[in-house]
Design a protein around this ligand. Structure first.
Ligand code: 3PG
Length: 222
């Protein structure tokens, strides 16, 4: 894809750290402390999912109060959502699937998009529209490492962020693949840690995630 209006590309979003946290926030009051904990642990690309009524306001407050964080919008399912995310301060978009309407809307706004795909046909549709950095979703349920190895044959130029069923335990298997740059996952932000205000635990999880497999990613920085 071309360089975005914000000088941020999908490739840069994927290369920033080994893990993009998939975040579900029900309380705006949690947003800033959570973002600070993740950033302190070394994770600054934050995917705030549009699954709660608080999501857009959470993006706004993180954007305003945690300048080290780079706010992204997740679970973006239609082109209609894109402008609201942009207005709330999102600098990248992640979607569970792909439609050309969504792809073209993000492209028109210079907003990096990591669109979700699970099949060869979906990859072909996304790449027809210029997208070669893709989320593989739902990664584990769709076949995991074995499917990514198979996709590397015809699509060796596609770079993936597998998401769905990834844990601290299995992330390394995915990150070792030549077509995986980073993974996505919700395990960095456990709902009980958020409810208890245990940001120290979240910072530890982020730090562990930030140190996953750096040797496998280093060569992709160039
Ligand atoms: C999602 O969109 O919910 C992600 O795939 C996160 O999945 P996980 O909870 O299995 O990490």
């Amino acid at each position: 894809m071309t360089q975005s209006l914000f000088s941020l590309t999908a490739k840069q979003v994927m290369q920033d750290a080994p893990v993009i946290p998939v975040i579900v926030l029900h309380e705006v009051a949690h947003a800033v402390l959570l973002a600070r904990a993740l950033v302190a642990g070394g994770i600054r690309m934050l995917e705030i999912t549009l699954r709660t009524s608080a999501a857009l306001e959470c993006m706004r407050v993180i954007r305003a109060e945690v300048p080290e964080a780079i706010v992204g919008a997740g679970t973006v399912c239609s082109a209609r959502d894109v402008d609201a995310c942009l207005e709330a301060g999102a600098r990248f978009v992640v979607s569970p699937g792909y439609t050309s309407q969504l792809g073209l809307a993000c492209h028109a706004r210079g907003l990096p998009l990591l669109p979700g795909v699970a099949t060869a046909s979906e990859i072909m549709q996304a790449q027809d529209d210029g997208y070669t950095e893709l989320k593989f979703f739902p990664a584990l349920q769709a076949g995991g490492v074995a499917v990514l190895k198979a996709l590397y044959g015809p699509f060796s130029h596609i770079q993936f962020c597998p998401t769905g069923g990834i844990t601290a335990q299995n992330a390394g298997e995915f990150l070792a693949l030549p077509n995986v740059v980073c993974v996505g996952g919700s395990w960095l932000v456990p709902a009980d840690a958020l409810a208890q205000g245990d940001y120290a635990r979240i910072e530890v999880l982020a730090r562990q995630a930030a140190h996953l497999a750096p040797q496998n990613r280093a060569h992709r920085k160039t």
